[in-house]
Design a protein around this ligand. Structure first.
Ligand code: CAA
Length: 379
């Protein structure tokens, strides 16, 4: 694996860092409090080419690699974790499966405008009774001539309240388990697509998610992604990429918490000296920095393998598992270093603590990542 970044990768990282410092960090607290989707900031990031970082330029993307994508998501998430996941879902969970499994016609309609950032996508896999056990879905798609009639419910759909289209997983044969799942791409303005109000959450409060009902929603066969029964493999291979994005998001959140704790430790005094001079604080900061660097190496390894066209299921799960748990430890220590101020809404560190928590849950819990890793170790 190549560790040195190319000129192009460095330039994208630095551009995203500058954008985060200027446009995201000063506003993230307000967006969080108001539960406000930062539409303007997302639009500007899309204008910078962040709608489809690794999507080929012929389909509207920036034509860069997945290492660049991971670097960008880390920097954006350091500024605002909610904005980070908005981009991650559009890139990894929406654009990626269409780029990989879509026909040219599907790419023209459903990939190009989304990779260009003119429209926003979401991903519908989870259902009220089917989270970790993704094969337990009950949304059905019944063939009717040249169309399918879709009925069911998806929940926790990140970007759901504001998305223009969804990559949607359904059962075309309930008796076949993972082999009965079929994927579609559908515009959210399609009759029968019914969004509920946005979810109220502990963290990433500026990233809207919601439940969606499908009520006799008619979708033409031309919008089926792959063949009937291909859906589970499309979902799992898509999540292999998505977990790189969530690992990068976790590192960004952890870095924000670490940097604020480090800076605070230089100005806050106890017993007449800055707390940075106490070994107890120095050791916490050393552990935090080490965990974040280790997490980044795992995330970049998974992204690099994806760029080589190699299977990276195990490496993506390791990266997401380690980075999300590291981010939570780091955010916890950052609150501790801040003492009472860490518990206050006046500073940003309490938000990082809340934002970090979801990274151990969505796109596969830590327990699911351990299951995926251990299953592959035994093969
Ligand atoms: N790539 C390609 N194929 C894969 C694959 C992968 N990564 N993983 C599994 N498959 C294939 C297997 O090879 C197998 O194929 P065959 O039957 O032909 O051999 C088939 O899929 C079934 O595999 P398993 O038997 O391993 O499936 P399982 O039912 O035991 O489930 C699981 C495996 C890992 C637990 C899976 O259900 C899982 O990942 N669950 C977590 C779901 C998840 O991450 N949900 C997140 C929702 S999205 C989200 O969170 C978005 C957001 O808000 C931001």
């Amino acid at each position: 694996m190549q560790i040195d970044l190319s000129e192009e990768q460095r330039l994208l990282r630095d551009t995203c860092r500058e954008f985060a410092d200027k446009e995201l960090r000063p506003n993230a607290k307000k967006w969080d409090r108001e539960h406000r989707f930062p539409a303007e900031a997302v639009k500007k990031l899309f204008e910078l080419g962040l709608g489809g970082v690794a999507v080929p330029s012929e389909w509207g993307g920036a034509g860069m690699d997945n290492v660049s994508y991971a670097l960008a998501i880390e920097e954006i998430s350091r500024g605002c974790a909610s904005t980070g996941v908005t981009l991650s879902v559009n890139n990894s969970l929406y654009c990626d499966p269409i780029a990989k499994y879509g026909t040219d016609g599907q790419k023209e309609s459903f990939l190009t405008p989304y990779a260009r950032g003119e429209k926003l996508g979401c991903f519908g896999l989870t259902e009220p009774q089917a989270g970790s056990d993704a094969a337990e879905q009950r949304t059905t798609a019944v063939r009717k001539g040249d169309s399918y009639l879709i009925n069911g419910t998806k929940n926790w759909i990140t970007n759901g309240p504001v998305a223009d289209a969804i990559v949607l997983f359904t059962m075309t044969d309930l008796s076949k388990g993972t082999k009965g799942i079929t994927c579609f791409v559908v515009e959210t303005k399609t009759p029968g697509f019914v969004r509920q109000k946005a979810d109220e959450k502990l963290g990433i409060c500026a990233s809207p998610s919601c439940t969606i009902f499908f009520e006799n929603m008619e979708v033409p066969i031309s919008q089926r992604l792959g063949q009937e029964g291909d859906g589970f493999k499309i979902a799992m291979s898509t999540l292999d990429g998505g977990r790189i994005g969530i690992g990068a998001q976790a590192i960004g959140i952890g870095r924000a918490a670490f940097e604020e704790a480090r800076d605070y430790s230089k100005i806050r005094k106890t017993f007449d000296i800055p707390i940075f001079q106490h070994q107890a604080i120095q050791f916490m900061l050393a552990d935090m920095a080490t965990a974040l660097d280790a997490a980044r190496l795992l995330v970049l390894r998974a992204a690099w393998l994806k760029d080589q066209g190699k299977r990276h299921t195990r490496e993506s799960s390791m990266a997401k598992l380690f980075a999300s748990e590291a981010a939570n430890r780091v955010a916890d220590k950052a609150v501790q270093i801040h003492g009472g101020m860490g518990y206050s809404k006046e500073l940003d560190v309490e938000r990082h603590f809340r934002d970090a928590r979801i990274t151990e849950i969505y796109e596969g819990t830590s327990e699911i990542q351990r299951l995926v890793i251990s299953n592959l170790l035994l093969k």
